[in-house]
Structure formats: C-alpha cells, structure tokens
Design a protein. Structure first.
Length: 348
C-alpha cells in the first residue's frame, strides 16, 4: 500500500477516533453498573444481546419506545450542567414503557456532536447509566457520532431507545371502568416537556441562567434542569399488587391530553385541581407569562408526572404501596361517563 501525498487524516477532518475509544473506556464502569439478568454481551460489539428467558419471561411480548430530551438540552448546553439530561433521556422512554405494563429491560442511546469532548460526553452517558440503574434496565449499547459541520461548537443532541417486556395477556390499559379512582404521582419539576415555552418565559423575565432562582435555592438554570422523575419500579410494584387498570405518563400535552389516551372512548375524568399543590416553578411560569390555567394544564405536568386509574376497592391499598415506594400520591378524582376532562377547583 502506498502512502498518499497530502498526508490528511480523519482527525484533520474533525473526527477523533482516539477520543471515541477513550470515551468507551471511561463509560464501561457506568454501563457495568446497569447489568441485570438477561444481559448477554457487553459494550463494544456490533450489536448487543439480551436473553429473555434469563430475564424470567416464559411467553413475552416486547414493547419498544424512543424519545429525546427536547430543547431542555439548550439550557444544559448553555450552562454546562449536563449531568442530569441522561436521566431525562432514560425517563422519557421507560416511563412510557411502564404505561403499557412493560418492565424496561435494556436501553440504547444516540449521542451526536460536532466535536467530541470526552468529559462532557462521559458525564452525559454516566447520567444515562444512572437513569438505567434507577429504572432497573441495562445500558446495553449505543452510538457516539462525531459529525463536524453538523453541529455548532459545544452543541449536541440525544436520543434514546428502550425495550421492555411483559407476559402475554398482561398489557395495559385494560379494564378501565366508570368509578375508577385516579391517583396522581408528584413530579420533580417541569421534567422534559414545554421547554420552548420555558425558555421564552426566562427571556421575558430578563433573568440569566446563573441568576438566583426566584422559586428555589439554586440558580435558575440548575432548577430548570432538575431531571425527570423515574416512575418505573414504583408503578410496577403497584401493577403487581393488583387493581391497576391504566397508567398515563404526563408529558407534552399535560394532564389534558395524556390521561384521555388511556381511557375508553366513552369515558372521561373528573379532576379536582385542589387535590394537590401547584409546585412553585409552575406558579412562577404562570405569573411571568400571564399563562391561563387551561394553557398550563395542556402544556405542563403541573406537578403530576404519572396518573394511575385503579379499581375503587383497591385505591387505599395501592396508595400505601406507592407511598412505601417513595411516591407522593394525590387522589385526583374519578373516571366518569362521557369523554373529556372536567376540572373542578382552582389550580392557579
């Protein structure tokens, strides 16, 4: 083989293979933390193997989910506080999976950037691993793409892919009836939806990301980067206890759009807005933008990140199960005849 005259390398074009290899070496311990029964291969292969029988399934149905973090990434990039967005990425996928009644088994990530900064990338992927540990799934593989010319300096994007399983015949929603009690699980903040409006509100407020948070004790940027809460283990415990008919992850579209997705077409919900306290971050956003209550309810989670529709005679016991798992539970209302969401009380 003869050498070329210009001597150009891939690194000269902006892609550093050595940095990619260094990243893989650094994140291997984080990925190892997520190992669970069923994992049959480690990082580094062309594909990842998972053994469903070893995971304890006899007649499984697979469930897949994919998502991203959205424009919340812009705040992480601008502040350099990237450690929590990996948790967000996992949560947005696995919280959806559990709504189908599935146990998340494994997770893969896609991280793309213009120039690979090993420390930043490692912090992000270590956050992904932490999210996997909290939800009981394995970080089984992923892709790191260095693409000069595609992203401005310092920018990156994330996508996640989760696969879960359930035994045949156990899918949710199933059995939702008039009179079901609606249990709401508290959110940890804005989670990962509505951030285009969040960033607009910060602009309107005139505050910077490093300003003292007007609704908390940290900086504004750090407060708005609070990671999405993971509900997987808690909700699976409730499902296994019996009496759960449906789960709704409150993401984009808020309570107004997401709860109806798991209800039969002829049923709706009566929700008591006085059943929980609106967290300070949402009060601040509503006041800053003069946002109407209806707009808040169809844009943000407003303090409720997951809703369970449960049999009325199981509600008390399921509240105990969820509280024992560390959840703050609010009795939001009931499933009623007639499609649509009906609100009573006052949120703002």
């Amino acid at each position: 083989m003869t050498s070329g005259k210009n001597g150009l390398t891939y690194a000269d074009a902006g892609v550093d293979i050595d940095a990619g290899n260094a990243l893989v070496d650094r994140i291997k311990p984080a990925a190892k933390r997520t190992n669970r029964p069923g994992v049959a291969s480690g990082l580094g292969g062309f594909g990842a193997l998972f053994d469903l029988k070893a995971a304890g399934y006899s007649d499984p149905i697979l469930v897949g989910a994919t998502d991203g973090v959205g424009t919340k990434l812009r705040i992480a990039i601008d502040t350099g506080v990237v450690d929590g967005v990996g948790i967000d990425l996992v949560a947005m996928c696995v919280n959806d999976l559990v709504c189908q009644g599935a146990e998340p088994l494994f997770f893969l990530d896609y991280f793309a950037t213009g120039k690979l900064e090993t420390d930043t990338a490692a912090r992000i992927i270590e956050g992904i691993a932490e999210g996997c540990v909290r939800s009981g799934c394995a970080l089984i593989g992923g892709e790191t793409a260095e693409m000069p010319g595609m992203y401005p300096e310092g920018d990156f994007d994330l996508a996640g892919f989760a696969v879960g399983a359930m035994e045949r015949g156990s899918a949710l929603p199933e059995g939702v009836v008039e009179g079901d009690v609606l249990l709401g699980l508290a959110s940890d903040g804005v989670h990962s939806n509505g951030y285009s409006l969040v960033r607009k509100l910060v602009e309107v407020s005139g505050l910077g990301w490093d300003a003292d948070c007007p609704f908390g004790e940290s900086t504004l940027g750090a407060a708005l980067l609070t990671p999405t809460r993971l509900y997987v283990k808690q909700c699976l415990a409730a499902v296994r206890a019996g009496g759960v008919h449906a789960l709704a992850h409150i993401t984009g579209g808020g309570l107004t759009e997401n709860l109806p997705r798991v209800l039969p077409e002829d049923l709706g919900a009566d929700i008591d807005l006085n059943a929980w306290d609106l967290p300070p971050v949402f009060k601040w956003m509503a006041e800053t933008g003069g946002i109407a209550e209806a707009e808040m309810l169809k844009t943000f989670n407003c303090g409720i990140g997951m809703i369970l529709s449960v049999a009325a005679d199981r509600a008390d016991e399921l509240v105990k199960v969820l509280e024992a798992e560390g959840e703050t539970v609010a009795r939001l209302g009931t499933v009623t005849k007639g499609a649509g969401m009906r609100y009573a009380g006052k949120l703002l």
